[in-house]
Design a binder for this molecule. Sequence first.
Ligand code: DGJ
Length: 498
Amino acid sequence: MPRLVKAGNSTQLLVDNTPYLILGGELGNSSASSNEYMRPVWPKLKQMNLNTVIAPVYWELMEPNEGKFDLSLVDSLIKNARLNNMKLVLLWFGSWKNSMSCYVPEWVKTDIKRFPRALNKDGVQQEILTPFNRDNLEADKKAFVTLMQHVRQIDGRQNIVIAVQVENEIGMLGSARSYDPAANAAFSQPVPEQLLRYLRKNKNNGDWEDVFGKGVATDEYFMAWSFAKYVNEIATAGKAVYDLPMYVNAALNRPGWNPGQYPSGGPVPHLRDIWKAGAPGIDLLAPDIYFPDLQHWCDLYSRSGDALFIPEIRFEKDDDAKAFFVFGHYNCLSFSPFSIESAEHPESEPIGKAYSILRQISPLIVKYQPLGKVSGFLLSKDSLSQSVTVGDYRLIVKHDYTLPWSPGSRDGAWPLTGCTIIAVSPDEFYVAGTGVVVTFASTTTGKRAGLLRVDEGVFQNGKWIPGRRLNGDQNNQGRDIRIPMNEYSIQRVTLYQY
Ligand code: DGJ
């Protein structure tokens, strides 16, 4: 079974008993609802060297009539992933998709008596199922369990499906909490013991406002707890029939916005502990990254040993550099640009080129990650140079345009560049990436580091096949390692000290 395991300080996703990095792409929301539409998409995904597709399963199409299930779209995803030699992560678009309940079946949408809605502060119904209702939960759970049973039945041996996202970007909109009658009743109840115990504040009994104070922050804690409990029950029921890793994804809190303006109570960084307390059946809280400061969000989601799993990131030019950075720096488990099939020229897409390299070095990354021997770097005009010490060497990585003779050095805009560096022995490193210049310094005072030899090459079936010996202009007469802008390569570097 695909599963998450601890290795040293990092978490690894085991697929077919081997640590696996998701070099993924998420499909646009509606793409997987039509096999016809998907037909030309699969070859595109292959051209971009994806090893995993992240694809939605739609409750409305899976259970168009209550209790009558149609799993043909899921079958087709699994079949095509297998034919294309890829793995799948399924997204359960159930009760909530980007806060809204737009993917619930028509028989749920139209029966608001049986399947009640969340209300905003003014008492106005939203197209959002309230999490404070058993019928809502049971209907979703039944469908989800049916999905998991089906996946186990058709895929339990081959394991094309390697993880499941439960719901999508949960959170209340319109106000920070729901004001439906069941929500109001729950809000005036004592804060659940389970949460208090987790927060180690159990001396502080009382209702939500007694414990946390009055304000939108409390409303948001309350929603986070309620969403977490709801989703936990769904995930746990699904895991009981088929125990795959399960995660929830977050629409991030836009700086300066209030809960309710962004989806209130979703698995955002400041609600991590509430989600962990309420949803122990969820393995990972995962950020959807559409804001510019990648490092800020990754830092928040990898605190205290949490595994970073990026199910969605904005599909843009410098995703190549970002992928090299996150796999090297954060022990990241998944990288996945959203709406990946929208690539117009898949053959020349930067992320495809990065994946081609990352595919080759994945076995090295997962082998040396638990030993702390893998580093990742992201360079920009605002961050021209970074350094890290590994064993006896200081690695200094700079943007390619810092070289005055680099053709782009006088350009106004500098694209992001990045690399992954793996130390495989005290004097030997693999540098893989794009648009970087790397120099090495000795950590011993009075000594200098030199390049003994540098080979460019590829890994074929895990075996290193050297190509050109790089020297002269290619490594600045022995001074540094360079992968020029718009080039993608792996270089094996052996150092010495003098
Ligand atoms: C994040 C959501 O999770 C996706 O399903 C999609 O709606 C994107 N936003 C669109 O940017």
